[in-house]
Design a protein. Structure first.
Lengths: 460, 297
């Protein structure tokens, strides 16, 4: 461009002194040059436009270094939003419960709405706070309620294999407990988890974990928490209300197999933990509050085995997973009612209650071709042993109450899901649910799980 | 339980510390490069092998255990390992190898990356904001990474810094000579048209002047569909593509489909160290890659 301008200036300057013939020749020459330059400029402009349009752009390594490490470790938080909803076909059961167990009540994401329904939408924000801490918040949103599922900080800089977590977090006990519903392999939680915790066990407190410096993965953890969640209750005291210990071991077998096994222990206390019972009022049964005060201990064994040919889960893979539990509780049973004729009027002690229950689930999920998986899960619970003084208890409470019934709840679930990629999943699930005595519920669930935003890096 | 933990902890502490520098490499090429630079002063462990898709790895317990005792983590970066490395590093409890610390090294920072997207949206597939992360198939990138890596090794292990620097010089010399030889060998490939499965070979193609005549994946990370394949078949014919290339971990099926209909061969390139019998080190990797590309008439 400059050169043209210069030429033009030179040409005009030269004009007055040139003879007519010369002038004509010069004009032609300038015109030709102008034409040639214009063509070259056009060509250059076209090449520039092409270069700008092309998706291939390079960046100098210096820029890269200035940008810092991976985007996940950078300044911007990772934000993700999980959308979940379903259509469910269920039998109409007025008060759904698991026969023989103390209802976990409280926490729970529904799970028994019939027809079309929306699950909680999970909003997750996480980032490294500085080189020493990381923070995460997971909020479950639905219809005027925002529930803080997790909000914790975690150390990155403690070193020597130690990690400290503080705040509200999903307890590290068992295997499934740390996973959010969108990471589950089935549309609902195993009966075991529903019976033990409602949906999962969260802690408001501290967790210290240590990974051993060995090639075999060994991890040990201890937690202290408020203990307000089922099976404990809010107790308004200065000391910790729940403590948990867990150990995990894991490794690879060859290139295609990986496993993890764990043992966990949770101990907490409940004060006047409520459940609905029917009393023995001669004037007709009333719904009264059954109240348990005492200690609750839970032992969980978990095991996961994953197979993927040559460690490549993309085409085909198999995941076997099982957890077993034993819960023992000992304390005092009471009942309370405000009905004048109720034997529970004003709160009545019913003596000692000791119970021990076991159960578990086992499942297999098989990705038989890219994007398609099929899974089967078997759930079982044993109502176990309950020791109390029947004369005292049944003077006030109806022996027909589900809690006192000996029954073995069972459920078979079969699911098939299709995932376009790790961000979108559609699932169809059939279940034959016999969690309640006398009710066989053949359930159908059609579910979607969509994740927007940050790359969902899940734990093993 | 606390006593058990204490017992194991004291046992572990009593174990004699192995003298060599333990390197955790995310991909085999970085394990190979670290080994070239570190000789017997370091032991390199590769978290993945050539038959694994480095995008899709699970944060397995064994990886956490290995990251726990590593002094240096060497990865590609550019979000290639975003799906599994962050939980592995976090769960390891190893402060030295967290992003931003000297024990964390990202190779992609030291090379000129291609295909940096102008539009970041998942509708474009699994695009990486930092550009194409498969940088290892241009040997000049390995040269660019080797210098800073040797320097980092020296910072972490000052006693052997001179040793690493010396080995880096020797490696660079051998690699430069090899690059000249490969460029000569591959001269006939310049301008030839090749269909790739995923954007795995962009750096190789650019280095050797090969033209990418389409990819089997319609968008990065999206499985090839029949409509896209039909379109690609047309494109391969009009552009006169010579062959189709895939990595050892890509499914061979879409490539076979196209190869049969377009009448051109499907070639599996080693992609990384260990990707074929002959690609057992970084030099073998390129010897084998060029031989395979040239082996097609």
């Amino acid at each position: 461009m400059f050169r043209i301008a210069l030429l033009a200036v030179a040409a005009t300057l030269a004009l007055p002194v040139a003879a007519d013939d010369d002038l004509k020749a010069l004009r032609e020459e300038v015109a030709q040059m102008k034409k040639a330059y214009e063509q070259r400029i056009d060509a250059l402009e076209q090449r520039l436009a092409a270069a700008e349009d092309a998706p291939q752009k390079s960046q100098s390594p210096q820029d890269g270094a200035a940008r810092g490490a991976a985007a996940a470790g950078g300044f911007n938080p990772e934000v993700s939003l999980i959308l979940q909803g379903q259509y469910r076909r269920l039998k109409e059961v007025p008060e759904r419960s698991i026969t023989g167990t103390w209802p976990a009540g409280g926490h729970g994401h529904g799970g028994d709405e019939r027809g079309f329904s929306l699950d909680h939408s999970e909003l997750v924000v996480s980032a490294n706070i500085n080189p020493y801490f990381r923070g995460l918040m997971n909020v479950a949103l639905k219809d005027g309620e925002a529930e803080v599922e997790e909000a914790y900080f975690q150390t990155l800089g403690l070193g020597r294999g130690f990690t400290l977590k503080g705040g509200r977090f999903l307890s590290g006990i068992g295997y499934l407990n740390e996973q959010h519903p969108h990471a589950w392999d089935f549309a609902d939680a195993p009966l075991m988890v529903k019976a033990l915790f409602g949906e999962h066990y969260g802690q408001d407190g501290l967790q210290l974990k240590w990974v051993a410096p060995t090639d075999l993965f060994m991890e040990f953890g201890a937690e202290l928490g408020r203990g307000a969640g089922f099976p404990g209750t809010e107790r308004n005291k200065n000391s910790a209300g729940a403590s948990a210990l867990f150990a995990h071991v894991g490794g690879d077998v060859g290139r295609s197999h990986a496993w993890r096994a764990g043992l966990s222990w949770l101990t907490t206390r409940a004060r006047e933990r409520e459940a609905h019972f029917e009393d023995t009022d001669a004037a007709g049964p009333n719904e009264v509050e059954g109240l348990f005060t005492g200690r609750s201990r839970t032992l969980i064994a978990d095991f996961v085995w994953k197979w993927a040919p040559d460690g490549n889960p993309k085409q085909r893979n198999l995941k076997l997973q099982a957890e077993l539990f034993r819960r023992s509780e000992s304390g005092d049973l009471a009942c309370g009612s405000e009905v004048a004729t109720s034997p529970c009027l004003g709160g009545v002690g019913l003596g000692r209650l000791r119970s021990a229950q076991t159960g578990g689930y086992a499942q297999a999920v098989w990705q038989f071709m890219p994007q398609w998986r099929i899974g089967y899960r078997y759930d079982w619970l044993n109502s176990g042993s309950k020791r109390y003084d029947p004369a005292t208890v049944f003077a006030a409470l109806d022996p027909a109450n589900a809690y006192f019934t000996s029954y073995r709840p069972k459920r078979h679930s079969l699911m098939v899901d299709w995932s376009q990629d790790e961000f979108s999943r559609l699932r169809l699930q059939f279940a034959r649910d016999r969690a309640m005595q006398g009710v066989t519920d053949n359930q159908v669930t059609l579910q979607y799980i969509m994740s927007l935003g940050a790359h969902g890096a899940h734990k093993f | 339980m606390f006593r058990t933990i204490f017992l194991i902890a004291s046992l572990a502490a009593a174990l004699p510390l192995r003298a060599e520098l333990r390197v955790f490499a995310c991909e085999p090429e970085w394990a190979a490069l670290a080994q070239e630079l570190g000789g017997d002063k370091l032991s390199a462990y590769s978290a993945t092998h050539a038959l694994q898709d480095p995008h899709r790895i699970e944060a397995r317990p064994s990886l956490i255990a290995r990251a726990r005792s590593a002094r240096l983590v060497v990865c590609t970066g550019a979000e290639l390992e975003a799906g599994w490395l962050p939980p592995v590093l976090r769960e390891s409890g190893n402060a030295a190898v967290q992003p931003g610390r000297p024990g964390y090294f990202e190779a992609a920072q030291f090379v000129t990356r291609l295909e940096i997207p102008t539009k970041l949206d998942r509708s474009e597939g699994d695009v990486h904001a930092a550009g194409n992360p498969h940088i290892q198939l241009d040997p000049r990138n390995l040269l660019a990474v080797a210098g800073p890596l040797a320097q980092r090794l020296g910072e972490l292990d000052p006693a052997n810094a001179a040793y690493y620097a010396e080995r880096q010089q020797a490696f660079a010399q051998r690699m430069r000579a090899a690059v000249a030889r490969w460029e000569k060998e591959a001269a006939p490939l310049r301008g030839s048209r090749v269909v790739a499965q995923h954007k795995s070979f962009s750096y190789l193609f650019r280095w050797l002047g090969i033209v990418e005549a389409g990819t089997l994946e319609p968008k990065p990370g999206i499985e090839p569909g029949s409509a896209h394949l039909a379109q690609l078949l047309k494109q391969a014919r009009t552009e006169q593509a010579r062959l189709i290339v895939r990595t050892p971990y890509d499914s061979p099926r879409p490539g076979e489909w196209l190869a049969e209909r377009a009448g051109i061969p499907l070639v599996t390139l080693p992609f990384t160290v260990g990707g074929s019998d002959k690609a057992q080190d970084l030099f073998g990797l390129f010897d084998e890659t060029i031989a395979k590309l040239k082996g097609v008439p």
